[in-house]
Design a protein around this ligand. Structure first.
Ligand code: MG
Length: 384
């Protein structure tokens, strides 16, 4: 069944403590919203719409990446207004297609959840993942005296919730202001007389609400992913010139590095480290020297390609460590600039980016100043 996804990320995050709003906090090296975006795209969403608060638009565009895979839309003051804004962005999608409406604060949605919902949708206007209530329910009166409420038939509704797009659109159009604020989308369809069925819920669909939820989510993120390490090595020969480029930074020098591209051994080693972490060949295979397109190329292009390959697997770079090996030029004055450049290229915090420089005590080809070498390590998290 053809389906789209609306990810709602415009909430106030008022109970989540200090720091950025929930969708933009990091979890296992990725923004919280990115987890759902990657999972729903990988599960086969034709289109994904990310609905965000106006002040988060720039941040969201960065997290969302290419507008072809994810459209960023500005939401409203309430969840319902944000869902309406998301649905409006799908106005040209067929009414018979499906839409999954999901809260960005539930990062661990997986393809199996999507399949179960789309199967359940075969016989209903809406399908909701739900978990039976297992705790005993207590009602407390004004003086704190308790009574016990029956829990039979009660379920906790989660997201994503799946709907016939036409049914959800019509239901929101029919929702009156006097009906109050819906807390999920299924109740809007229920109110309009549509049929909603339950699909199996999952503790993994937990919602991040309080600061302590993030602690648990970090542990789950680790269990939901595997850590891979990749290594890269590169060397280039010195030749005539007046500067070298290392880790994307131009460094004045009495010689240049000779190579087909800009001969940035730091970025080449790092690119190979990323490719190594995901078992996807090497830089020479993806960017052969025989291809004239890469003549004098900015090696940031190679790194961006390796990053895209990591992201296409739903992965994230956790940290990188580059060692540059040469007698000359002196690199320590440029170390910080190189870290900052890599931090920008990899979208990593500065403390996850290391650039080190060493010599070989005048031994070997770097010691004889014939050339320069670089080694790199990259740590990558991939979905388990
Ligand atoms: Mg090279």
């Amino acid at each position: 069944m053809e389906w789209s996804a609306v990810i709602v990320a415009a909430g106030a995050s008022s109970r989540a403590g200090a720091g950025p709003r929930k969708p933009w906090r990091r979890l296992g090296g990725r923004a919280v919203a990115r987890w759902s975006l990657d999972a729903l795209s990988a599960a086969g969403a034709g289109r994904v719409v990310l609905v965000v608060a106006p002040e988060d638009e720039a941040l969201a565009a960065e997290v969302a990446g290419s507008p072809e895979t994810c459209a960023v839309v500005i939401g409203g003051a309430t969840r319902a207004q944000s869902v309406r804004a998301g649905l409006a962005a799908l106005s040209d999608a067929p009414a018979a297609s499906a839409v999954l409406v999901h809260d960005a604060a539930r990062p661990f949605v997986a393809e199996r959840h999507v399949r179960a919902l789309l199967d359940a949708l075969e016989h209903a206007d809406g399908a909701v993942p739900a978990l039976p209530v297992s705790d005993t329910l207590k009602r407390a009166n004004a003086t704190g005296e308790t009574s016990t409420a029956a829990r039979e038939g009660l379920n906790r509704a989660q997201t994503p919730q799946a709907f016939r797009l036409g049914a959800l659109r019509d239901a929101y159009a029919a929702w009156e202001p006097g009906d109050g604020e819906p807390t999920d989308d299924a109740q809007v369809v229920e109110r309009a007389g549509g049929s909603v069925v339950l699909a199996p819920g999952d503790p993994m669909l937990m919602k991040l609400t309080y600061p302590e939820d993030f602690t648990m989510a970090e542990a789950l993120a680790r269990s939901a992913s595997v850590t891979r390490v990749g290594h890269g090595f590169d060397a280039h020969r010195f030749g005539p010139g007046d500067h070298v480029t290392l880790c994307g930074v131009r460094i004045p020098h009495g010689q240049a590095l000779i190579g087909h591209s800009d001969a940035d051994a730091g970025l080449h080693a790092l690119t190979d480290a990323l490719l190594g972490a995901i078992g996807d060949g090497d830089i020479g295979e993806h960017f052969p020297a025989s291809d004239s397109r890469w003549r004098d190329a900015d090696s940031a292009v190679f790194l961006a390609d390796a990053m895209a390959r990591v992201q296409a697997r739903g992965g994230a770079v956790v940290n990188v460590d580059v060692t540059l090996i040469c007698e000359q030029p002196r690199l320590s004055p440029y170390r910080q600039a190189m870290r900052e450049r890599l931090s920008a290229l990899l979208d990593l915090p500065l403390d996850a980016v290391s650039v080190k420089a060493t010599t070989t005590e005048q031994m070997g080809f770097t010691g004889r100043r014939e050339g320069l070498a670089a080694q790199a390590l990259a740590v990558v998290q991939l979905p388990a």
